[in-house]
Design a protein around this ligand. Structure first.
Ligand SMILES: [Zn+2]
Length: 428
């Protein structure tokens, strides 16, 4: 038991994954706007579509943070939930190759999680916790160990029950129909349901995780993107009015991955490696694209990060040098280098990690990526060029007081900072 009761009856801080979290006196709400490159809200504010956010940033804090690498959804949602990088929680992609079982597996299984979430630990100490995700793929990971509390996905909102999810009749509660998984409404449902729960139950911790469907299809400042951010602005204002400390951040940014004519710029790594290493009797290299998830309409499994498994005896330096010289490739790191620099679990990545340049993605072979049905030029993420994300707070964050000098702000500092702010007297 790490919770302590102080002399004045207040609950003391919790230690989770080596970091200290004060017990908040006000609700804390973290919104992870999936794929929210800063230009999205900046353009929407400039175009007068986010009047609340504009005011919020005048009195609060308009910060930027680095997300965890690779800049994909699952690693970053779990980093925000655990306050720790993938080296600690083990989720380093949406998808990985497990050499032990010789299988490529989705990283959706709670068994793969190696650290407690803040939601689990706070709820086990008696806090009310609400976790609402857009896609169902994250719900089980984020809900692992949760005691009581509310945890459901908008994708399966109609199926949520009191027994399973701590809440039922979600659609009736917010007056919405079940949205498509490929829609802006899926995120709107997360926001509406989260605010409804905040209003009625006032959880100590709330986590609202959206989908990047809009960001994959529409550039910052475009009419569809601006309409999406105007919708968010309404809900941010409601959360603020309910007296919560609000942090708005993102799991990763988003960039165009096409040339001037709108053609996707792709380096097909399997083909490059087969040409180099030979493929008679089967390929020598196994290229794993950790962006892979069931929602390929978003990105065609094309992102700016890949990892490569190679057989023993391969001349890694020569292969790395060859890949690094390929047009569109930014950097090639060995496993040790990638673990040290990106804080990754070494047993869940290959011998090499490849990062693409800003407007390029990495694929395996052309026939394994069908983006012929895409009506918009490819936009995606995964690389260092999508690591910078917004970190917006509705209360002031005095440097030096709340952030140590020289602190590199991460998106997974969200609860660490917000619980500290929410434990301080209002106006402090
Ligand atoms: Zn994402």
């Amino acid at each position: 038991m790490t919770r302590t009761q102080t002399a004045d009856g207040r609950r003391g801080p919790l230690e989770v994954n080596g970091r200290r979290y004060p017990w908040p006196d006000r609700p804390v709400v973290v919104v992870c706007v999936d794929g929210s490159e800063a230009a999205y809200h900046e353009r929407a504010v400039a175009d007068g579509r986010m009047p609340f956010l504009e005011r919020m940033l005048e009195r609060g804090a308009d910060l930027r943070a680095d997300c965890a690498m690779p800049s994909f959804t699952n690693p970053n949602n779990l980093s925000i939930a655990t306050g720790a990088p993938p080296s600690v929680h083990g989720i380093c992609g949406n998808y990985f190759y497990d050499p032990a079982s010789d299988a490529e597996v989705m990283m959706n299984d709670p068994e793969l999680l190696r650290a407690d979430t803040l939601f689990a630990r706070f709820s086990q100490q008696g806090a009310r916790v609400a976790v609402v995700t857009a896609k169902d793929k994250l719900r089980r990971l984020l809900g692992r160990g949760l005691k009581g509390g509310i945890c459901f996905s908008a994708e399966k909102a109609g199926e949520a029950t009191e027994e399973e999810n701590g809440i039922g009749k979600v659609l009736e509660r917010v007056g919405m129909d079940q949205p498509s998984v490929y829609s802006a409404e899926l995120s709107e449902l997360v926001m509406a349901a989260g605010v409804s729960v905040l209003e009625s139950e006032r959880p100590e911790l709330t986590y609202l995780s959206l989908t990047d469907y809009i960001q994959h299809k529409h550039a910052p400042g475009s009419p569809v993107a601006n309409a999406f951010y105007a919708m968010l602005d309404h809900w941010f204002e409601r959360i603020d009015a309910l007296g919560a400390v609000l942090v708005v951040t993102a799991d990763h940014g988003m960039n165009a991955k096409s040339d001037g004519a709108g053609e996707a710029r792709v380096v097909f790594l399997q083909d490059v490696l087969d040409a180099r290493l030979g493929s008679a009797g089967g390929p020598r290299a196994r290229v794993v694209l950790p962006i892979t998830d069931p929602y390929t309409v978003h990105h065609g499994a094309l992102g700016s990060y890949a990892t490569v498994h190679l057989p023993d005896g391969t001349d890694l330096a020569a292969v790395a040098a060859g890949l690094a010289a390929t047009e569109g490739v930014l950097e090639v790191l060995t496993r040790d280098e990638a673990c040290a620099r990106f804080e990754l679990p070494g047993d869940r990545i290959g011998e090499l990690v490849v990062v693409a340049e800003r407007n390029t993605v990495l694929g395996t072979s052309p026939e394994r990526h069908d983006i012929s049905g895409f009506t918009e030029p490819l936009r995606s993420h995964g690389g260092l060029s999508e690591q910078r994300v917004p970190f917006l707070v509705n209360v002031p964050v005095a440097p030096g007081r709340w952030l140590p000098a020289g602190h590199r702000l991460r998106n997974f500092d969200s609860y660490w900072l917000a619980t500290a702010l929410a434990a301080a007297p209002a106006g402090d």
